[in-house]
Design a protein around this ligand. Structure first.
Ligand code: GDP
Length: 478
């Protein structure tokens, strides 16, 4: 029974209680002791096995060298807030539309392709149209790598800032080459030389200083040197990457963005990584499946096929997959459905397991009574900075004795976002919203992750309830 397991673990030097979760090594240790071989399988391993059971494999080009063809680089734009990531993505997107004939309005579908002329050749580049490294991180967290090259945007009037360094480290950790766009050089106070010096200190040395990183001075606002930036991307790709894929196989790739469209049902923008995706193909994307009913490109035009590195908006799925999940073309609808159903039931089980260990204010109270919890993590969001400060101030004055701690791990002004929920889930925190509402899929995600969000419009009420929870007196509210 459980208590003898706890005893056994104790004798192995592991102190756990019966309801505590233990890590993978502990499980394996316990198995050894009981003469079982315990193997902890990761979700990725599990999914690989699932695909294998259908004779499928994700992530490999089929065929041999001769089947591989050059594919465009896939680029993510990263950098500090307000340094011009969005503006640059817009400028690159719009500049390219000019070449297109009528119907020139580009739509935001999550990714787009542009053409650059390099050495007299037309070369295509794919941009992931979500600035910042959220998309990058989300995909990497799922073990999927979409990005070949990162453009690091640094405003020349502001220089290297904390998120510049963070982005730089993310790209380095992923082994992704960096092209630096020194932005806002139209501004009189721009100092592009200073940016070069600063980044050199972080090990990103400009070519002109003898390093191997290309730096391009640009202005997203005045659309200056955008062609040079595109050229630098191609040159960097040619110099350090072997970007090839087999277009002549069933398509595989990643979901970049997906949502439920009122008229069209689930809509997903996918990035083909290998093979060619065609209308009529049966696909599984995350836990969604279906036959590709239609595909649209970033201009809203219908396309019938998408080759490697091509983003395409896919219609015809049964469910909305998550960003960063994989898609794969399979033999027929039946197989697609079987895989999707297995994934869905597994996702549901994982979610339930997760939800059980998450914390609500009531759970916190209950575990306090058992003498377990010592720290309550909070994320505060308010309509104005004054209210957030007032809330934090009042919280710090709650007197609950030495054994409990309130820790505000993040605070901010504005709606409750998916990023807030992400952080709360990762750190077992509760989100306090003061005169704000959730935004986008935040509520849905909180539900999924078992994160509690509590809303208040009166400060003393918020304080009262949190204090009550800390003192173990919270009444459930309905
Ligand atoms: P992001 O937070 O990195 O996505 O930054 P944005 O693209 O939203 O840009 C932040 C601000 O800088 C906006 O007001 C832009 O209009 C401005 N901006 C962006 N690029 C340039 C530029 O090249 N020159 C000037 N003068 N302003 C720019």
């Amino acid at each position: 029974d459980v208590s003898s397991l706890v005893q056994m673990l104790f004798s192995l030097g592991e102190m756990v209680t019966a309801t505590e979760s233990v890590n993978d090594e502990t499980f394996e240790l316990l198995g050894e002791e009981l003469n079982y071989v315990v193997q902890v399988v990761s979700p990725e391993d599990e999914d690989r096995e699932l695909l294998e059971s259908f004779d499928l494999e994700f992530g490999e080009d089929e065929g041999d060298e001769a089947d591989l063809a050059i594919r465009p680089p896939v680029v993510t734009v990263m950098g500090h807030v307000d340094h011009g990531k969005t503006k640059l993505l817009d400028a690159l997107r719009n500049a390219n539309v000019v070449d297109k004939e009528a119907g020139g309005i580009t739509q935001h579908i999550g990714a787009y392709q542009v053409t650059a002329e390099v050495d007299g050749n037309d070369r295509r580049i794919t941009f992931i149209d979500t600035p910042g490294h959220e998309a990058f991180t989300a995909m990497r967290a799922r073990g999927a790598q979409a990005t070949d090259i990162a453009i690091l945007v640094v405003a020349a009037d502001d220089g290297v800032m904390p998120q510049t360094v963070e982005a730089l480290n993310h790209a380095k950790a992923a082994g992704v080459p960096i092209v630096v766009a020194v932005n806002k050089i139209d501004k009189p106070e721009a100092d592009p030389t200073k940016v070069r010096g600063q980044l050199t200190e972080y090990g990103l040395v400009p070519e002109e200083y003898g390093g191997d990183a290309m730096f391009v001075d640009v202005s997203a606002k005045s659309e200056l040197n955008l062609d040079k930036l595109l050229e630098a991307v191609i040159l960097t790709a040619d110099a350090s990457l072997d970007l090839r894929a087999n277009p002549n196989q069933d398509a595989q790739g990643l979901v970049v963005e997906a949502h439920l469209d009122r008229g069209r049902g689930p809509v997903a923008t996918v990035l083909v990584q290998r093979g060619t995706l065609r209308v009529g193909d049966s696909i599984v994307a995350g836990a969604g499946y279906g036959r590709v009913r239609a595909m649209l490109d970033e201009h809203g035009d219908t396309i019938t096929e998408a080759d490697p590195s091509r983003p395409a908006m896919v219609l015809g799925l049964t469910a909305v997959p998550g960003a960063g999940q994989t898609f794969i073309v399979v033999e027929d609808d039946r197989m697609a459905r079987q895989i999707a159903e297995k994934r869905e039931s597994r996702e549901r089980a994982a979610m339930q397991a997760k939800r059980r260990v998450r914390r609500t204010l009531e759970d916190f109270m209950a575990s306090m009574e058992k003498g377990a919890s010592q720290e309550l993590n909070l994320i505060l969001k308010g309509d104005v900075s004054g209210s957030v400060e007032a809330l934090e101030d009042a919280l710090s004055q709650i007197d609950v004795g030495d054994e409990v701690n309130i820790r505000v791990i993040d605070r901010g002004v504005g709606a409750i976002t998916e990023t807030n929920v992400d952080l709360a889930a990762a750190s077992d925190a509760i989100i306090i919203g003061f005169n704000v509402r959730p935004q986008g899929k935040a509520t849905e995600m909180a539900e999924k992750e078992g994160v509690e969000i509590r809303y208040y419009s009166v400060i003393y009420q918020a304080i009262e309830e949190i204090e009550a929870a800390l003192k173990g007196m919270l009444k459930p509210e309905y």
